[in-house]
Design a protein around this ligand. Sequence first.
Ligand code: NAP
Length: 322
Amino acid sequence: MGAGSARVHTVTGAFGYSGKYIAARLLDRGIEVQTLTNSVDRANPFGGRVRAYPMNFDDTRGLVKALSGSDVLYNTYWVRFNYSGGKVSFLHSVAVENTKKLFAAAREAGVRRVVHVSITNPSKDSPYEYFRGKAELEEALIGSGLSYAILRPTVLFGEEDILINNIAWLLRRFPVFGVFGGGTYRLQPIYVDDLAELAVRYGASRQNLVVDAIGPETFTYRELVRTIGEIIRKRRPILSIPNRLGLLAGRLVGAWVGDVTITGEEIRALSADLLHTSSPPAGKTRLTEWAWAHKDTLGVRYSSELARRRDRRKSYEELRGR
Ligand SMILES: NC(=O)c1ccc[n+]([C@@H]2O[C@H](COP(=O)([O-])OP(=O)(O)OC[C@H]3O[C@@H](n4cnc5c(N)ncnc54)[C@H](OP(=O)(O)O)[C@@H]3O)[C@@H](O)[C@H]2O)c1
């Protein structure tokens, strides 16, 4: 059995980004927490209070055993893009199959409820594999017979964030900023701890739910860049550039920092307004207020997706680049 009492909650990736905030909130409530993770040795702030089990999808028995006695599973597991390079490779299609194995293991282990982190506007007909995969997983969870809450966030922000941080990083380093196309597509960023609050709240509920987890402010991409620039005092001319040129610029920066900064699919999905919904805000923290409070540190160091996958020992904060 993964844990001794029925009050144990399992969080995937509790030493990563959103999972860390969910775990912290559960611990604050006096709930026993364990994690399933690819990074059992990653530095973390919990001081041994969160037991770590390997998220080995080839070991169904092991997954079931780890999940036995868990009341709620909070699933944050996903891969941001398809990538193959050296020792690190990952694919959306594999993440879809793995997550289905996780749901099956949760069911077999008698987990009462799954809180699953998805994305805004998932669709099985989407031209984008990220959004198709997320739709397939929502359908799998809904059809699994498990009690569920599905949270659909847009972009998250917080100290370990990548997108908002790296916009600020680019603004600090370059004299101009290029936005893909007109930059008129919209985003409703949600604070990572507001997402965690929703996850914990809906983990305690018994109703099956699908919730757009969006923040209180809506920005066009261009407004977002301008606002961040104003807050960190790096006002730059914002140029509209074709997607292909944006991708090329992203690749050049990526080669410099040893990361995939952005993919063509991410640019197209963003441009298709898929990070915007017409739902009421579910989070209350305003990105602008948070950014003002973090104006001296936001974007000072680059946040690398690949560094997080290559190094499984350092915390996300330690892995920030120059
Ligand atoms: N970050 C955002 O802005 C954002 C926006 C919209 C939706 N979401 C959704 O929110 C959820 C959590 O995102 P997050 O940013 O908080 O992620 P995260 O903490 O970095 O990772 C979540 C989990 O997925 C695992 N993982 C991530 N990338 C992986 C890879 N390439 N190969 C293998 N495992 C990988 C992590 O591994 P470890 O166990 O090694 O930590 C962790 O268990 C995801 O479902 C994502 O789709 C995030």
